[in-house]
Design a binder for this molecule. Structure first.
Ligand SMILES: [Zn+2]
Length: 342
């Protein structure tokens, strides 16, 4: 089978397309024919060698996998050859304290597919059966590969880590991003009033078309003041944040009393200054969110099947042009998702 392999780190890294032996499943694994695989910022960190995790090269990246089962390990009873599936990319053990209570995203033995083991930029991939989520008939492989990682991250933030009540104000930072584009749709689906930020007119138009009631230019020096104006000085109940750094610091200026920020990323900076006085006086909350549970993926796919969530796909590349897809994402010249379709 053909697979894209990262053979040395860099910006850009060095890739090759290799002809590898067909993979064989271990007892608790299945083989998938990859039908589509989404490209994510995580893949760029892998490429650059910028993750705080040791990686073994050569490595086939690709963590947002949708495909069809072609072979089953000896101990796999729950699945059949031919079934259409999506893959929970943060693999979990199913046995630790946190897995047993359904919090797979807290697993003590977690492993990232496409990072710590070969992922989906290949014709076939080995996956533990535990990580599979059934794909509803009405959801295409492409839609799944565009929604399941960032989309289920957003679902985890909005429904597991925090709650949204009808009529509340939700601010989605970066509404044209992978997490943001789905967060807008979920927050609207849950009955919230949604504001969102975007750095260009095209991104703000996209946020609006996805349902945002208000969009703000994140280049404005005083964008938090604009948020306070829109909410008649009251502020926002829940902020979905994935940038970190100064963006997170400024988000506190947008919060209503009793408001919550949920954050899942740090592309703009890992260290922030927190002014504790307004934090406790206004009884704010800052909540971390990481990955997702299978239940979040199932929810995203169910919403997609019902037409309540639509994927935003910028472009689809064949396997042979994976390097071009990496370059496009690196240049931040993307509106929605990039997909590799082997
Ligand atoms: Zn576990």
């Amino acid at each position: 089978m053909k697979a894209v392999q990262l053979i040395s780190h860099g910006v850009p890294g060095q890739f090759q397309i290799s002809e590898l032996p067909d993979p064989q499943p271990g007892p608790e694994e299945v083989i998938l024919e990859v039908k589509a695989c989404g490209l994510n910022h995580l893949d760029l960190w892998c490429e650059a060698g910028a993750l705080p995790i040791p990686l073994r090269l050569p490595l086939t990246p690709g963590c947002e996998i949708a495909g069809r089962i072609t072979a089953l390990g000896a101990d796999v009873d729950e699945w059949r050859v031919g079934e259409r599936v999506a893959v929970q990319s943060n693999l979990f053990c199913g046995e630790c304290e946190f897995c047993l209570r359904g919090d797979e995203s807290l697993c003590l033995n977690s492993q990232l597919i496409g990072v710590q083991r070969d992922g989906g930029f290949a014709e076939r991939v080995i996956v533990p059966w535990r990580a599979l989520v059934r794909l509803p008939e009405d959801v295409s492989f492409e839609a799944s590969a565009a929604l399941t990682l960032a989309g289920s991250t957003a679902m985890h933030m909005l429904t597991d880590r925090a709650e949204v009540h009808p009529g509340e104000w939700v601010l989605v930072v970066g509404g044209a991003s992978g997490v943001g584009s789905v967060a807008i749709q979920i927050a609207k689906g849950l009955g919230a009033r949604v504001a969102s930020t975007g750095s260009t007119e095209v991104k703000r138009e996209l946020a609006k078309s996805l349902g945002a009631d208000f969009v703000l230019d994140s280049n404005l020096a005083n964008w938090p003041a604009e948020v306070r104006r829109i909410t008649e000085k009251r502020g926002i109940d829940l902020i979905i944040e994935h940038s970190g750094g100064q963006v997170l610091e400024r988000a506190f200026d947008c919060l209503a009393r009793g408001g919550t920020i949920v954050t899942c990323g740090a592309t703009s900076g890992r260290e922030v200054t927190l002014n504790l006085w307004p934090f406790f006086v206004k009884q704010h909350r800052l909540i971390g969110s990481y990955g997702r549970n299978r239940s979040d993926m199932a929810a995203v796919l169910d919403w997609a099947a019902k037409g309540k969530l639509k994927p935003v796909i910028d472009r689809t590349y064949p396997l042979a042009e994976t390097v071009r897809a990496f370059a496009q994402l690196r240049d931040r010249n993307v509106l929605g998702k990039l997909l590799i379709v082997p």
